[in-house]
Design a protein around this ligand. Sequence first.
Ligand code: SF4
Length: 377
Amino acid sequence: MASIYIHIPFCKQACHYCDFHFSTSLKKKSQLVSMLCKELVLRKDELPAEEIQCIYFGGGTPSLLDAEELKQLFDTIYTHYRIAENPEITLEANPDDLTPGKVEMLAASKINRLSIGIQSFFEEDLKLMNRAHNAKEALESINLAKAYFDNISIDLIYGIPGMSAARWCENLAKALKLKVPHISSYALTVEPNTALHKFIEKGKIKPVDDAAAKEHFQILVSTLTANSFEHYEFSNFGKPGYFSQNNMAYWLGKPYLGIGPGAHSFDRETRKWNISNNPLYIKALEKGELPQEMERLSTADKFNEYIMTRLRTKYGVGIVEIARKFGDTYEKHFQKQVIPLQKEELIKEEDGVYHITEKGKFLSDGIAADLFYLEAE
Ligand code: SF4
């Protein structure tokens, strides 16, 4: 089982916090879609034994695709790849794109899951982040989507400067009232070279308050789990039957093919990444070349990736699985490294499976790093 990820590198405007790869000039959109199709054809034999279970349109803003562009992509995928019987096909959408006509068009295509970038239901948060939609569009887009889609996820951001715990609670209450079956929620992070970083440096925006973000995370977990959402990955909450299959495949180490500028691919042995530049991507594909780099993963790389992703999920890290996948050296390394983390009550073990505790949840990246195997060992 494998997934195809397609990166749509265009956005109407730049959100102040974003460091993803995108362009706000849409002039080359249709040309780029043709090159995505060309890349799909050129790479059709990369995962020969795999049936495609998930297709994910991410970005950027995939809801900027029109009906013709989507059809072109689906025709190419269905002609050249072996697609499972009931694939999960997700499209990330921004609320301002979800007009009645657009939602109807998406529902008539093969897309069966929408992931809507709400981020907040409050005008002041949306303005601070320079989102292209307003609070009214945030609400309306979900109601419109619900008329056509059952499988809907929304993204919410917490830890926004100036966001009180009360406002965060209200955001969650609004989300619960809308009865969406999946919520992904992230702390606002200040990446270098973003507008947000500059505004904070210049004192125009208050810095992100880590203590507030931690409090918001605790509110998030307690509120959603009390409302029958399962906290199945650090940033993801789903009702039974609505976990993101695409993300699960990634966390469980299944292969994926990343198509488009900046997209990453993984085939269990190597990681590849495409150039993050739209004109150079187009130029290379026009010549029939793949603008990508590759690294072969060592056993240590694979072990570290396993620790990093699994510790964030409800599945945890299994000692038998470590021995089977990576061998004795890694099993012994893990058993030695985990002892201090257990003593500090950051990790707990049950039947040979290790999970991060409530106390450790907001420290998961540091905990994983303590368990990493360094090649020099
Ligand atoms: S819409 Fe998404 S990808 Fe585009 S700038 Fe905003 S956060 Fe980044």
